[in-house]
Design a protein around this ligand. Structure first.
Ligand SMILES: Nc1ncnc2c1ncn2[C@@H]1O[C@H](COP(=O)(O)OP(=O)(O)O)[C@@H](O)[C@H]1O
Ligand SMILES: CC(=O)OP(=O)(O)O
Ligand SMILES: [Mg+2]
Length: 408
């Protein structure tokens, strides 16, 4: 093995069902750059066993499975960091010089990465009710990492920052005027992923820096949302005040008729029960009665389970509706429809079903390219009028890029 570059920037990405730690060399000239190592804890890992979270570690071009942890381990950051350090070969073990945290909700204050101080923490806290699956986990990761590495700078990069360019018509809910002064508006999420994917898509299309390039981006992971961009600027997105809005997800309902909430409350359900129902027991999981993972639901649907079939059908129906909505906001044929994150990258049948509804635009997938897609790649036919790109989700690397101006 050749000498590995200096690694000194640790990124922490606490998603709804996972915690990912990645170690990068901040001075690398590669773009995108791969981390020297990445450790991942997944609470919904089908192979980890009941009540357990699966752990994996990637380094030296290989993925290694580590012993699972109890899913309710209190300090996940510390546990994952320690497991990674124990499993990494000596020359991969480096203390970070800087830690960069993904924070899902930044409200309307942050349009760029910031160094974390008490006022930033207060602002993160302020939005915690508006990202119940994420913000507390983000905060716990920050607190644990600051305890573990108290002498070094910690930065935050916000999912919401990318959507600060949304026009008022896209970010305003059609509620009463008073909502506007009370901060009740659409913010949008997955912005770190969308910024990375839109930059990469422009490069792949040979249109890097083109201010007029229209794209539709589909981030399909545990959380799922879509974004319409023009020249790398967000002009519409499906998530809203919280990451519960929009299309159906792994365990989240996405947008539903708000009168359903009124009905449930009249039947005696409390706000926190409804919050749990819609965030944790809905979507693919709620509809199928299975874990919200297409690797479990697709085979069940294939074996004739009607609930699993319906879950996939609803997921696709909502995904198509979201794409149609982003298309309307663009008002023109997109340069590409982009698929990213776990489901977007690994589920060819989801891509096929999503694209089938848009054949009238002249969008056609090549079944062989789509079936064997290894991101980053184009899976449309040569004569398709819209490209279909599968792009690896690079939230961690994007976080490093966004903090680079602050690192010197
Ligand atoms: N086909 C799939 N492969 C991997 N994960 C999937 C799949 N379908 C659904 N999921 C869910 O997506 C999540 C992993 O996606 P990821 O975006 O990495 O996590 P997070 O939403 O926590 O950031 C897990 O919660 C998993 O249950
Ligand atoms: C905002 C959001 O839903 O994030 P994730 O997909 O990582 O859960
Ligand atoms: Mg994620």
């Amino acid at each position: 093995m050749g000498r590995r570059p200096a690694v000194n920037v640790l990124t922490v990405n606490a998603g709804s069902g996972s915690l990912k730690l990645s170690m990068f060399d901040a001075e690398t000239s590669a773009d995108p750059a791969a981390p020297a190592w990445q450790a991942k804890l997944v609470t919904t890992d089908p192979e980890a066993g009941e009540g357990m979270a699966g752990l994996s570690l990637d380094y030296g071009g290989r993925k290694h499975r580590l012993d699972p942890l109890s899913a309710d381990t209190p300090d996940r950051f510390e546990a994952l960091w320690r497991a990674a350090q124990e499993a990494l070969p000596e020359d991969f073990r480096d203390e970070p010089k800087v830690v960069i945290h993904r924070v899902v909700h930044g409200g309307d204050r942050f349009d760029a990465a910031v160094r974390i101080d008490d006022s930033v923490l207060q602002e993160i806290e302020r939005w915690s009710r508006f990202a119940p699956l994420h913000q507390a986990a983000n905060r716990a990761g920050i607190d644990a990492a600051r305890r573990g590495f108290p002498e070094i700078p910690h930065f935050a990069v916000f999912d919401t920052a990318f959507h600060r360019t949304l026009p008022a018509a896209a970010f305003t809910y059609a509620g009463p005027r008073s909502w506007r002064s009370r901060g009740i508006r659409r913010f949008g999420f997955h912005g770190i992923s969308f910024r990375a994917a839109s930059t990469r898509a422009a490069e792949m299309l040979g249109r890097a820096g083109d201010p007029s390039l229209p794209l539709i981006l589909c981030h399909l992971g545990g959380g799922c949302s879509l974004c319409a961009t023009v020249g790398g600027r967000s002009i519409d997105t499906t998530m809203g005040l919280t990451p519960l809005d929009g299309i159906a997800m792994s365990t989240r309902s996405g947008a539903i008729d708000p009168a359903i909430l009124i009905h449930l409350m009249r039947q005696g359900m409390r706000a926190d029960e409804i919050e749990t129902l819609l965030n944790r027991h809905s979507g693919l999981s709620g509809l199928s009665g299975l874990p919200g993972d297409t690797r479990r639901i697709r085979p069940a649907a294939g074996d004739g389970d009607p609930d699993a079939r319906l879950a996939l059908d609803v997921f696709i129906h909502r995904l198509r509706a979201g794409i149609g909505s982003m298309l309307a906001s663009l008002g023109t044929l997109p340069g590409a429809l982009v698929f990213t994150d776990t489901i977007g990258e690994t589920e060819p049948t989801v891509r096929t079903a999503a694209c089938e509804a848009f054949a009238f635009l002249g969008l056609t997938l090549d079944p062989a390219l789509n079936g064997n897609a290894v991101p980053d790649c184009d899976v449309a036919t040569a004569d398709s009028r819209v490209r279909a790109l599968v792009i690896h989700s690079r939230e961690a690397w994007q976080m490093v890029k966004e903090c680079r101006p602050l690192l010197s």
